[in-house]
Design a protein around this ligand. Sequence first.
Ligand code: GAL
Ligand code: ZN
Length: 675
Amino acid sequence: MPRSGIRYGGDYNPEQWPEEVWADDVALMAEAGVDLVTVAVFAWSELQGGPGRELEGGWLDRVLDLLDQAGVRVDLATATASPPPWLAASHPEILPVTAAGVRLSPGGRQHYCPSSPVYREAAVDLVERMARRYGGHPALELWHIGNEFGCHVPACYCDVSAAAFRAWLQDRYGDIDELNRAWGTAFWSQRYRSFDEVLPPRIAPTFPNPAQRLDYRRFSNDELLACYQAEKAVLRELTPEVPVTTNLMGLFRPVDGWRWAAEMDVVSVDRYPDPADPNAHIGAALVADLTRSLAGPRPWYLMEQAPGAVNWRPINAAKSRGQYRRWSLQAVARGADAILQFQWRASAAGAEKFHSAMVPHAGTDTHLWREVVALGADLVRLAPVAGRPVPAEVAVLLDWESWWGLELDSHPSAEVRQVALLLELYTPLFEAGFVVDVAHPAADLSAYALVVIPALYSVGDGTAANIDGYVRRGGVAVVTYFSAVVDTADRIQLGGYPAPWREMLGLAVEEFAPMPAGTTDRLTGVLAAATSSARRWEERIQLRGAEALLSLASGPLEGGAAVTVHDHGLGAAYYMATSPDPATTAEVLAHAASRAGVSPAARVPSGVEVVQRGDHLFLINHAEDMRQVDIGEAEREDLLAGGRHSGVANLGPGEVLVLGAVEVPPGPDAPTPPR
Ligand code: GAL
Ligand code: ZN
């Protein structure tokens, strides 16, 4: 059984250190309050000396025993993420090939073709040995399958992959004419006479067939998932009682979070916001919200973050004072039940030796170590929050398959990017204090009062009807441009965009008019301020019942609608035919939120993040000066600093306040509580 409370720890790679260091490690773990570590993620070459060989696991036995004696539980990796040199040397065909035909070399990590039967067999053999040897170890709490699937090699274009793709297509389409129809191969003389002629979308003289590319993204996601599933099947068979996870990467395009999360008992994410980016905490909040949403009722863990700097940006900023604590507590506020770091002890050698860690090169008489220890103590105080839900009345929709289509080439504008648009709409909601779920467009949306739909480029009939039905039954939707433009095979839905939602939106789009980068047009209308402007995209729109809240006041489409609203059934559908400036975008969303009748947990000044988790209210001051928040008259316990607050709470620069449940003072004739 997992322990209660918020778990704390990180990736522990003792194989990089002489055994004398291990005792020091567990002593320091106790000092920091570490109770969960991820072990053996990149240890394959230390564990197995050749194909099918017995584990050389003596060192790992001793590590697990030591951790167990110290009361530290283990998220044990299957160790399959980086094949050892002997595997690539004897089977170079496992090495992945790029779209340009370049075979990648070993020497880094993740150098395997996801479709390679040789790799999969070797991985499954290793997992079986790991499960047999460690499945009953008392320190084992969780299995960590692979690591960041697809991170470096999201797709392989080798001949083995080509053959697997053909089999996948045969399965999907049955016969070649179906494929020809779905891919629109009458265009540019691409009609296939047999599946044998089909290739991966390798580099071609010009744009490869977009439907072929889309299917390759689906196929590649499936192949990576099949690697995960093959390992999981072994673990389920040998250790059915041990939960499994793997670390997702948040808004990482190649891997469909919905499909992957469905395969996990604990949903994990790695999150590396850039300390140098003043808005990084907003993107970080979105990743936390996404992971919570992917997990649904299951727990989610922050599996990796850096206590300080990373090593893989051109310039790797250190975290400022308190940033590690703030960002960690933000994840707890948004539902995380574990705060784990990459990594425990900073490596002395290798490509990540300049990546920060909980135990820095300089040792424990350091600012960073003191922050690590202090956070451990904070997490103990936050134990009452563990497992508690984070309610949300607002959702943004995200569908990976639509995202894959959205970002193919030869589109009206290369500037329409899924994550950027998502963040543009999430940011004003975050700043207003709304907690936002991320939902799949085919999900039951009835729990949400407001649903925001950023560039949902492709929709199938069921999905289109789901959203239409949501609005008819009283929901409020905000749909942006370049939504519902194609079906799931990337074929245009004809008759005026967005064909399935013309009735819902009360309009039809005749023509897209993307704007040159950096240019703006003026906006006027009931939601406009003097400075309101349109950016990135405009459209020639026929209004068919919708009311324009903003119209273009300059440019080639002057006078045309830019943001509209339309009553539909019991609800309302907003349409954003442009990306307004941030303040105007916030106005549009505020209008929609008030129409939906939703308001945030507390009114907060700028720079303060507010989240309600269970009975607890989290207030995080990301600003560099004091902020004040009215928390109401009732007294509330301060979980972190102790004491109580009521009325106006002062939040110093960077400070975090976690308030307990509102305490209702007993009235004059309140009954004496039973004893
Ligand atoms: C992650 C990876 C870790 C480590 C970390 C560095 O992508 O899972 O093993 O490389 O990045 O930031
Ligand atoms: Zn391949």
